[in-house]
Design a protein around this ligand. Structure first.
Ligand code: BTN
Length: 247
């Protein structure tokens, strides 16, 4: 992989990047980071980044396709059970893409979309036995790497950004935005999240049950508030639920 660690570091906030580990290829940066933290070899603020992943992981046991050329990184953050880690990360990615002139949307809970298709996935995993979590971000960069079978649901940066794409700048700026947003008050973070949320006011399908509801709001904890067909209000927790659009 071609990745300029010095340039990347220039975008990082002070509390991140004490240790940066770059893998040309690894199984999964989240797996590597979790393992390193568990054996005491990594801690808060450390960043693992890979040129490609052989076993990139997504939410709910899904795989995340990670060919060479994409952005795959994981960093170690504090794991507060009431924190908005994944919500903050979705907003941070969106803000960075907006600085590139793009108009991303967030699909609850944490897919970032361009033109209605997924360009970025986020996976936060608590590291048991520690007070940390691994926060992993995967971004599709090259359109040519997206397999035909998923081309109607996956987007890439180079299809939307004219000119050169600096992976170092994008990755470093996301961590910088994340760090800033971590200090912001909860309601302003939720407001930032809400205004980029796709499907608010629309019918969505809860994938596991097939149930169709209207997405009405996001709670202060980042849960999705929905109205069922019978009028009941339900609060969906990201741990169990995935949603899809109803056409
Ligand atoms: C999802 O789409 O459900 C989340 C995808 C998260 C992918 C990133 S790539 C870097 C880090 N390592 C992984 O194995 N997963 C995350």
């Amino acid at each position: 992989m071609v990745f300029d660690e010095k340039e990347f570091r220039s975008y990082l906030p002070k509390d991140f990047g004490r240790r940066i580990v770059c893998f040309p290829e690894t199984d999964s940066t989240n797996t590597r980071l979790v393992e390193a933290v568990r054996r005491g070899a990594a801690g808060y603020g450390d960043i693992f980044i890979a040129g490609s992943q052989t076993s990139g992981r997504g939410r709910r046991g899904k795989s995340f396709l990670s060919p060479d050329g994409g952005i795959y990184l994981s960093f170690c953050v504090n794991n507060n059970s009431d924190s908005l880690t994944t919500v903050i990360c979705g907003v941070a990615v969106s803000k960075v893409l907006e600085k590139h002139g793009l108009s991303p949307e967030i699909k609850w809970v944490n897919d970032v979309l361009l033109g209605g298709k997924k360009v970025c996935g986020i996976l936060a995993e608590a590291i048991s036995g520690t007070s940390y979590a691994a926060l992993g971000i995967g971004i599709n960069v090259h359109e040519k790497d997206i397999p035909k079978e998923i081309s109607d649901i996956a987007a890439s940066l180079d299809a939307h950004i004219n000119g050169e794409i600096s992976k170092e700048k994008i990755a470093g700026s996301i961590i910088s935005e994340f760090s800033k947003l971590t200090c912001a008050d909860r309601s302003s973070v939720i407001a930032e999240y809400r205004k980029r949320l796709r499907f608010l006011g629309s019918d969505i399908r809860i994938i596991s049950t097939g149930e169709i509801c209207k997405a009405t709001d996001v709670s202060e904890n980042g849960e999705l508030i929905v109205k069922k067909k019978n009028g009941d209000i339900a609060i969906l927790n990201s741990g169990e639920i995935s949603i899809s659009e109803v056409n």
